[in-house]
Ligand binder design. Structure first.
Ligand code: XLS
Ligand code: NI
Ligand code: NI
Length: 437
């Protein structure tokens, strides 16, 4: 039985449409840069924010008006799944992402938890078969429950390390069973508050041991999905170990794990790390580790992960330039790790939110494609570094000179001339792509 009875399938009506339940830019079958728009974007629904989140915050109760509010246990879990799949179908979203805890209740103990998971996974499988919707990634929630108060793989308590391992084992198995194409590790409470009670060296070694076990188990069960780490600098802990892309990269290199992981970059985590979203994507791309994206946005005035739906066309365009230059995201995608504000508590608000996010990235894709096609910025950048194509620059790049040769060269220079970086001109040109229809 349909829940969103009054909402038809959301379709593309074009930029002039005033229909709030239609796409203005997201035209799934449209070919852009040789590929369907939907295959560039690979949009995914986040199970947690969309189906599990209830609008509560540290100051207030749940606000969300949802049909499962009165239900409990597996009945609640199944209704959520039904409505989630109806929602994705109506929006034309082809992927979903989930934590184990989002899809089924914990139960009394680990055994019951795993039985609940098996039951709901079988149920979700039927919905997937019926709709053709696929799993972009799965993960475990190793941060909500009291047992993770001091972390999971970085907990000082070895029993907690073991429980976290059992959770990842099961979550990886069900992701595999659901045909998930990635598996995500977001640090949760892997970090610390004070050095007065923390052995950071052991915690980091243990985190690496844990990830190595995941790599081994993945091979053992023949799971071929991509493993992803999702950097975040703070929240819930003050010092999250997976601070940003650069930090995670050096961690992976130190522990010989680099070949097994890519990154899942979340826009709001980038800004919490005092980076721009496109900076993080760029760091991934140039290091060959751009895996997937959690598409959301933060609020510049708030210092936490507000997980808002992405509506900033400027940031989306810059992000899509990185995605296109990366040759796409596959097997990753754009997961809306975003939630409606607690004041937007009606079910229809979920549609408005996703439509806003999908249109923003669709338009961002069109702008990015045009920018790359016309090559103005690439040409500018190329010219800016032209001094490395010949003469002393070429010798530097080719490793033919050292300090002594460079000193001799520098002494021969009468003056050093620089050229303008033209930032304002370039920003104005960039805006002209955004203004254009
Ligand atoms: C929290 C993270 C989380 C991950 C999945 O800030 O964004 O939602 O994406 O565990
Ligand atoms: Ni996320
Ligand atoms: Ni987040």
């Amino acid at each position: 039985m349909a829940f969103f009875k009054n909402i038809e399938k959301v379709v593309y009506e074009g930029p002039d449409s005033k229909n709030p339940l239609a796409f203005k830019y997201y035209d799934p079958e449209k070919i852009v840069a040789g590929k369907k728009m939907k295959d560039h974007l690979r949009f995914a629904m986040s199970y947690w924010h969309t189906l599990t989140g209830d609008g509560s915050d540290p100051f207030g109760d749940a606000t969300m008006d949802r049909p499962w509010n009165e239900l409990e246990g597996m009945e609640k879990a199944k209704l959520r799944a039904d409505i989630g799949f109806e929602f994705m179908e109506k929006l034309g979203i082809e992927y979903f992402c989930f934590h184990d805890l989002d899809i089924a209740p914990e139960g009394k103990n680990l055994k019951e938890k795993n039985e609940n998971l098996d039951e709901i996974v079988a149920y979700i499988e039927t919905l997937m078969a019926k709709t053709g919707i696929k799993c972009l990634w799965g993960t475990t929630n190793a941060f909500t429950k009291q047992r993770f108060v001091h972390g999971a793989s970085t907990s000082p308590n070895a029993d907690v390390f073991a429980v976290a391992a059992s959770q990842v084992k099961k979550a990886m198995e069900i992701t595999h069973r659901l045909g998930g194409v990635n598996y995500v590790f977001w640090g949760g409470r892997e970090g610390y508050e004070t050095l007065l009670n923390t052995d950071t060296a052991l915690e980091l070694d243990n985190m690496a041991r844990f990830l190595q076990m995941a790599v081994d188990y993945k091979a053992k069960i023949g799971f071929e999905g991509q493993l992803l780490i999702e950097p975040k600098p703070k929240e819930p802990t003050k010092h999250q170990y997976d601070f940003d892309t650069a930090t995670v990269l050096s961690f992976l290199q130190k522990y010989n794990l680099k070949d097994h992981f890519k990154m899942n970059i979340e826009a709001n985590h980038a800004t919490l790390a005092m980076h721009t979203f496109d900076h993080e994507l760029n760091m991934c791309r140039i290091n060959g580790v751009l895996g997937s994206i959690d598409a959301n946005q933060g609020d510049l005035l708030l210092g936490w992960d507000t997980d808002q739906f992405p509506t900033n066309i400027y940031d989306a365009s810059l992000a899509m330039i990185e995605v296109l230059k990366n040759g796409g995201l596959e097997p990753g995608g754009l997961n809306f790790d975003a939630k409606v504000r607690r004041g937007s508590f009606e079910p229809v608000d979920l549609f408005y939110a996703y439509i806003a996010g999908m249109d923003t990235f669709a338009k961002g894709l069109l702008i990015a494609d045009k920018i790359i096609e016309e090559g103005e910025f690439d040409k500018f950048v190329e010219d800016r570094y032209a001094s490395y194509n010949s003469g002393i620059g070429k010798q530097i790049v080719e490793g033919q000179v050292g300090f002594e040769e460079l000193e001799a060269y520098a002494m021969s220079l009468e003056e050093v001339k620089n050229t303008s970086g033209r930032q304002e001109l370039l920003e104005n040109i960039f805006n002209s792509y955004i203004y254009s229809k």
